[in-house]
Design a protein around this ligand. Structure first.
Ligand code: ACO
Ligand code: ZN
Length: 432
């Protein structure tokens, strides 16, 4: 039996969690009450763009927009509808049957009419150049209207719905631009070591008999108990880097993952046992970032999420920055979950220092101690109400009681990185 790791289910918590409410993911029920005005006779099949109520996995009706439709082979008038739930992140978009839709609630005037396309997911050259991405609400400003529309049109329907990786079957979250010959596959089978992907289980079984890798193809730069970090150079391991990008895009909606993996280093976190080193998550980092980014993309695979690995990867990225004697910041836009994880990390690190520190401490000192860029220090302290702008400068007002309250609310610290176990030379000094 396979362990089933349902990424979507995992994140249901996010949708209803009363403690986390970034605008990007959560809107209240009342904010999205469907309008029942403008009723007119319903004609089937429904048009793309139709707004209607749809029964979700929680058994309740939720407002959705029809993103795409497809004919079923069961009858000439049978269709399925790909719907986006207004209240939820795009990772919860799914194909719905007609019975799930409350036709009484259909709003008139579909706002766009798109013809059904046969095999619609062909890539343009522009799209081929990059391994795609989207935006979270907060990331929209990075896209002009035309490229945002192009992105949405091209990535609107999830192409691969499941993958098998190691002992897990994982439901995917977003579109990923796999080569066209994979576009008709519902499920893909990945080699958990070299990340090659295949259409059929038998192909994977054959591959596993031949594949010589038992860990990511790079240098082990950190080991702590059964956890290891490997550094993989995208230039030396191009295929691995590209496979990783295809895989990661299935869970990242907010990033442009370039095919040009030469320019990146990949840091792969693994849980190791006698069978090998099993990838848990990773982050990528540009070899030279003009913007001062110390992390490009971060992912914890869904079966391993909410266990502290995300914060471990973030902490690791700052340890690398410290070794480089630089401050860093993650590439923008951040996803909803990325923002939550970073906010949590920054909050805990800064509060810990403020609590222990005697006497005054400046923003610059906090930044130097942590390798967190000053802008991120300021925005975190501002969100905690621990900073004021007086006479042209920021002043930290760290009332001990307030600090204690925030620290309690900041939740678990995550897995610690033991910097003494990091054996690493910055890329520049490696001769890069
Ligand atoms: N619901 C509510 N809060 C959540 C959730 C969730 N589903 N997931 C993470 N969080 C918040 C919590 O505050 C959590 O801390 P807590 O468990 O102490 O409350 C904190 O984020 C981090 O939790 P971790 O267990 O350390 O992180 P995890 O291993 O789950 O990884 C990550 C976080 C990497 C963002 C993961 O959710 C992921 O891979 N998401 C998909 C890809 C993505 O969005 N990446 C970020 C894009 S932005 C960028 O790449 C620069
Ligand atoms: Zn392999």
């Amino acid at each position: 039996m396979k362990d089933s790791a349902n990424g979507l289910k995992h994140n249901d918590g996010l949708v209803t969690s009363p403690t986390s409410s970034p605008a990007a993911i959560i809107q209240t029920e009342s904010a999205v009450k469907p309008s029942l005005r403008k009723r007119k006779p319903i004609s089937l099949p429904l048009e793309v763009g139709t707004r209607v109520l749809c029964r979700w996995r929680d058994g309740k009706l939720h407002p959705v927009k029809v993103i795409e439709r497809r004919k079923l082979s069961t009858g000439p008038d049978d269709y399925q509808y790909y719907v986006h739930y207004n209240e939820f992140n795009r990772r919860l978009d799914e194909w719905a049957n007609l019975e799930q839709l409350e036709l009484e609630s259909v709003e008139a005037d579909a706002d766009e009419k798109v013809e059904d396309k046969a095999g619609g997911l062909k890539m343009t050259r522009h799209q081929k150049r990059k391994i795609e991405e989207t935006h979270a609400e907060e990331g929209h400003e990075d896209f002009d209207a035309a490229s945002l529309r192009e992105h949405e049109e091209f990535t609107k329907v999830k192409n691969i719905s499941k993958i098998e990786l190691g002992k897990y079957e994982i439901e995917t979250w977003y579109f990923s631009p796999f080569p066209p010959e994979y576009s008709d596959c519902n499920k893909l089978f990945f080699c958990e070591f070299c990340l090659s992907f295949m259409k059929r289980k038998e192909q994977l079984a054959r591959h596993m008999r031949k594949c010589v890798l038992k860990h990511p193809p790079g240098d082990e730069i950190y080991r702590q108990g059964s956890l290891s970090m490997f550094e993989v150079d995208g230039k030396k391991n191009k295929i691995y880097g590209q496979n990783l990008c295809y895989l990661a895009k299935l869970f990242l909606d907010h990033k442009t993952l370039y095919y040009d993996v030469d320019l990146f280093l990949f840091y792969i976190l693994c849980e190791c046992d006698e069978r090998g080193c099993h990838m848990v998550g990773y982050f990528s980092k540009e070899k030279h970032s003009e913007e001062g980014y110390n992390l490009a993309c971060i992912l914890t695979l869904p079966p391993y999420q909410r266990k502290g690995y995300g914060k471990f990867l973030i902490a690791f990225s700052y340890e690398l920055s410290k070794k480089e004697a630089k401050v860093g910041t993650p590439e923008r836009p951040l996803s909803d979950l990325g923002l939550l994880s970073y906010r949590g990390y920054w909050t805990r690190i800064l509060l810990d220092i403020l609590k222990k520190h005697r006497g005054n401490v400046s923003i610059k000192e906090l930044s130097d101690m942590t390798a967190i860029k000053t802008e991120d220090v300021i925005s975190t302290l501002q969100s905690l109400d621990l900073i004021q702008y007086r006479k042209g400068q920021h002043v930290i007002c760290a009332d001990p009681k307030l600090l204690e309250r925030h620290l309690k609310a900041a939740g678990r610290g995550g897995l610690e990185v033991d910097a003494s176990k990091l054996i690493w030379t910055p890329y520049k000094e490696q001769g890069g």
